[in-house]
Design a protein around this ligand. Structure first.
Ligand SMILES: [Zn+2]
Length: 373
């Protein structure tokens, strides 16, 4: 999941999905030009702008609060949370593993909507308090909107479609009933897909009835839910299959490394044409200093091959392209997806102890999911 790193809270990395920047602007704009002028026409244009901006900002903080509540409960239940990525209608808390039992799943899932309801109540009480003072109309309007939007967040997230919170609640219930996480995930995801279709149809109906903007939002939300249900199911299955598997169990040993002083023409002759790997670790003495990939090599024009050495064109060593023998297979796959490299070195105390390819992980996935189908 691509995201823009913001800050850390409770030891959890908070990231923004890139779509957020567009959506933030859209929300601020539609609040400043639509919602607030309609409800508070007596306030001027600058006030509407301030309210629009603050409304979008506090919506963002409300979503963050919702996700942090999930994460806080997960941590208390002994599940590590690595990252929270914030999206349009909510966020995704990346739990290091799936909850071990339905009771934990239920607790973690319910925490979010309850926290949104709590915020809605707080904002509503505050808006009642400020509504007595006519001077505070801007604040009252903003608080009223925040109460409404947090209530909406609670209701939206309670829709019984996985991976939304309501879908997780449904999954926990079926999980308890059937004893099979896999079957429960399937039911909750299918429910999510059908709810998504229902919302799309409702949106199309609204558009036909002449409510263009409202209908359009329903269609977008329905499509989002449908694809999330599909992706969430696959991800849950993948996580289940790879859970607890370490890089050292999958990597190939007996690694061929390339000395950094080697000239590129020799690299092509003696390595790329001889073996069939797309990437090699680069070493100086015993220690790894980088990674040479076919992609890198292709960026260098042929007439340079006689002058340049591997050390000059390799990818230098950084955390993003390194694996440890104890790295979880799920994380290794993440790193491959993020870096775009399909073959990464496994390093221990500066030395290469193995190489892992995307194929190694996918093979295991195929075998495991075939056997449990
Ligand atoms: Zn939630």
């Amino acid at each position: 999941m691509k995201g823009f790193k913001l800050f850390r809270v409770l030891g959890i990395q908070i990231s923004l999905n890139y779509t957020w920047f567009i959506v933030f602007g859209l929300i601020a704009w539609s609040l400043a030009f639509g919602y607030f002028p309609y409800h508070f026409p007596s306030l001027g244009r600058p006030a509407h702008w301030i309210m629009g901006f603050l409304g979008a900002l506090f919506l963002f903080l409300s979503v963050l609060f919702h996700e942090l509540t999930h994460s806080y409960i997960a941590k208390r239940e002994g599940i590590e949370v690595r990252e929270i990525t914030l999206f349009i209608f909510g966020g995704v808390s990346q739990l290091a593993k799936e909850p071990e039992d339905p009771r934990k799943e239920l607790k973690i899932a319910m925490g979010g909507p309850l926290s949104s309801l709590f915020l809605a109540l707080i904002f509503w009480i505050l808006s009642r308090m400020t509504s007595q003072a006519p001077d505070l109309l801007l604040v009252t309007g903003l608080l009223g909107y925040l109460a409404f939007i947090n209530l909406s967040l609670a209701v939206f997230n309670l829709i019984p479609g996985f991976p939304l919170d309501g879908g997780r609640v449904l999954r926990a219930i079926y999980w308890k009933k059937t004893g099979s996480l896999r079957a429960a995930t399937k039911i909750a995801s299918d429910s999510g897909k059908w709810v998504g279709v229902g919302i799309i149809l409702l949106g199309l109906f609204l558009i036909l009835m002449g409510n263009l903007i409202g209908g359009f939002w329903f269609v977008i939300i329905g499509m989002f839910l449908r694809s999330a249900a599909e992706g969430g199911y696959q991800q849950a299955i993948m996580k289940g299959a790879l859970e607890g598997v370490k890089v050292r169990e999958l990597m190939s040993r007996g690694v061929i490394s390339v000395p950094s002083s080697l000239r590129l023409d020799r690299l092509v002759e003696d390595y790329y044409l001889l073996h069939k790997h797309i990437a090699y670790p680069v070493t100086e003495g015993e220690k790894i200093v980088g990674l040479i990939t076919l992609k890198r090599l292709k960026e260098i024009s042929r007439d340079q091959w006689l002058q340049k050495t591997v050390g000059e064109v390799m990818m230098s060593l950084r955390e993003e392209i390194l694996l440890g023998p104890e790295t979880e297979a799920v994380d290794a796959l993440q790193k491959m997806i993020k870096s775009g490299e399909g073959r990464l070195p496994v390093v221990q105390e500066g030395r290469v102890v193995g190489m892992l390819t995307r194929r190694d992980i996918l093979n295991l996935l195929e075998i495991k999911t075939d056997l449990t189908e």
